[in-house]
Ligand binder design. Structure first.
Ligand code: SF4
Ligand code: SF4
Length: 519
């Protein structure tokens, strides 16, 4: 089969591999990734479309919360200190929900990394997605790998200047759209977009767009793989999360080595020949500029494009796909033991094949059951427990609250009739987007009466107070206790707030201070 098919041999070197490691401050060697095609590439297109779609379109999704709340589905309302996510509204004191989501994201990352390796890096990390998008633009304007390499070393000409201007201009437009989309999460998007173009937006909006445009353009267009290799801590951290059962992109040298550019001649000369025809297709497509055949490397983001490239070569030469594949270390070790006769000799790929030349049944293959193990289930259980706890807290949280602050000075006032008066600042929190009339009353201090400053009602034990939708109402409240009632009961009592329409209520226990001589 080998002599019937021409495999294109690419002049590609791993500019970023362990064998030719560049010093940190050396000038960057450019990488010109070749276009890949195959199942993983198609999957990456899909993930890219979904993630970019979510990022750019979410601020434009509307969500009807009634006339008293914004209608943007996802909104971080910094001015009013609220976070809206679909039907959920988070107040500042409920930040625990955001913290809980971050904890879930962290555990989720542990779960994903321990099972399918650096899938986050290869498919969904914003750096990966935007570099992919910038590469699409670069290929559309300058052509695929060979054309780009040629253009790069060509002397400056009208054509080269025009292509570079269009490429960098498009990159800047994408970067500006990225920065622009970000600020739409913090204000009403349709209003803000108009304000941006008419010059009426706040200065911080323009500054944020400018900073994000610059970082997106620099990281996605100019620095690319350097961000992953030198700036991101995740490649260092993830090593602690992988184990022998985690999936990683693996060059299966137990069937690929010894590699040969002329396998037929080598076989005729009686030499062992592996499946790798040393075509460098896997190196040419790698966006990180590495050669996966050098083994596991920190730079590998497991984007699987080298799998696609190698699979198409294997198809051409009539070999089984999977010379480069997602594999666990356990499977790799088992197959290597098979190819070396239990570690007794050098790699002999013939030992992994049956009499018909096909891969032997004894070769270990990946199946889903291998990644589900105790560790996976522990991560899954902790992740689910945090999620359920958050859900319970969310569904059972109060939408009505009362907070009370006793006046510090004076602690009490003795009135002309001998009664004692204490002052309080009472905060009523109406956390629904509807106006409410709330009843505030006292409990546990017999004989006490209260007055509310600014409320035109005689002193009493209960007041009705209107509170605006989704607002906090602050009241100045005085509580008076006749001198003959002091010492009759305990000197602590409760402020109670009730919404008689929804039957919600809350209470706050406060102290009533009196002179030492009256205790
Ligand atoms: S070696 Fe393969 S999986 Fe790793 S970054 Fe390069 S192309 Fe992606
Ligand atoms: S591993 Fe596959 S793609 Fe890479 S050089 Fe060998 S045959 Fe070519």
């Amino acid at each position: 089969m080998l002599n019937q098919v021409e495999v294109e041999r690419l002049e590609a070197e791993a500019v970023n591999s362990a064998k030719v490691r560049q010093p940190l401050y050396a000038a960057r060697k450019k990488i010109f990734p070749k276009r890949a095609s195959g199942d993983f590439r198609r999957f990456k297109w899909l993930v890219m479309a979904i993630t970019l779609g979510i990022y750019y379109l979410t601020p434009w999704v509307r969500w009807d919360r009634g006339p008293y709340a914004p209608d943007q589905a996802v909104l971080v309302d910094l001015a009013n200190r609220r976070f809206y996510f679909l039907f959920i509204e988070i107040w500042p004191q409920e930040f625990i929900f955001v913290a809980g989501l971050l904890v879930m994201a962290g555990i989720g990352l542990f779960l994903v990394t321990s099972t399918v390796g650096r899938a986050w890096c290869g498919y969904t990390c914003p750096q990966t997605v935007w570099v992919d998008l910038f590469l699409v633009v670069e290929r559309a304007i300058e052509g695929d790998r060979n054309a780009r390499m040629k253009l790069d070393v060509a002397p400056w000409s009208i054509d080269k200047i025009a292509k570079r201007l269009v490429k960098h201009g498009t990159w800047l437009l994408i970067a500006a759209a990225t920065g622009g989309a970000w600020i739409f999460y913090f204000a009403d998007a349709p209003t803000l977009v108009l304000d941006l173009f008419t010059g009426d937006a706040a200065a911080i909006a323009y500054i944020t767009v400018a900073v994000l445009t610059a970082t997106t353009y620099t990281f996605g267009g100019l620095m690319r793989e350097q961000v992953c290799t030198y700036m991101c801590p995740w490649p260092r951290i993830q090593a602690a999360m992988l184990d022998e059962s985690s999936l990683t992109v693996t060059y299966n040298d137990w069937r690929g080595e010894p590699r040969s550019r002329h396998p037929k001649k080598a076989a005729a000369a009686g030499r062992n020949v592996g499946d790798c025809v040393d075509c460098n297709a896997c190196v040419a497509v790698c966006p990180m500029g590495i050669d996966i055949r050098d083994g596991q490397q920190l730079e590998c983001i497991t984007c699987a494009l080298c799998i696609d490239a190698c699979d198409s070569v294997m198809d051409k030469i009539g070999k089984e796909r999977g010379l480069i594949s997602y594999a666990t270390l356990n499977d790799y070790n088992a197959n290597m033991a098979l190819a070396t006769g239990g570690g007794m000799g050098p790699v002999d790929p013939a030992l992994t094949r049956d009499a018909g030349g096909r891969l032997s049944d004894r070769v270990a293959h990946f199946h889903l059951g291998k990644i589900f193990r105790v560790r996976t289930f522990i991560y899954l259980a902790v992740w689910s427990a945090v999620g359920l706890a958050l859900l319970y807290a969310l569904l059972s949280r109060d939408r009505l609250e009362i907070n009370v602050l006793h006046d510090r000075n004076p602690q009490f006032v003795t009135l002309s009739d001998g009664s004692i008066r204490n002052g309080y600042t009472v905060k009523l929190l109406n956390m629904i987007p509807e106006p409410r009339t709330l009843a505030i009353s006292l409990e546990g201090l017999p004989g006490a009466m209260m007055t509310i400053v600014g409320v035109d009602q005689p002193e009493g034990t209960s007041y009705s107070v209107p509170v605006e939708p989704d607002r906090l109402k602050m009241l100045k409240v005085f509580v008076k206790l006749p001198k003959e009632m002091i010492g009759v009961g305990p000197l602590s009592f409760s402020f109670i707030v009730d919404d008689r329409a929804s039957f919600e209520s809350d209470r706050y226990t406060a102290a009533f201070n009196v002179p030492e001589t009256m205790k």
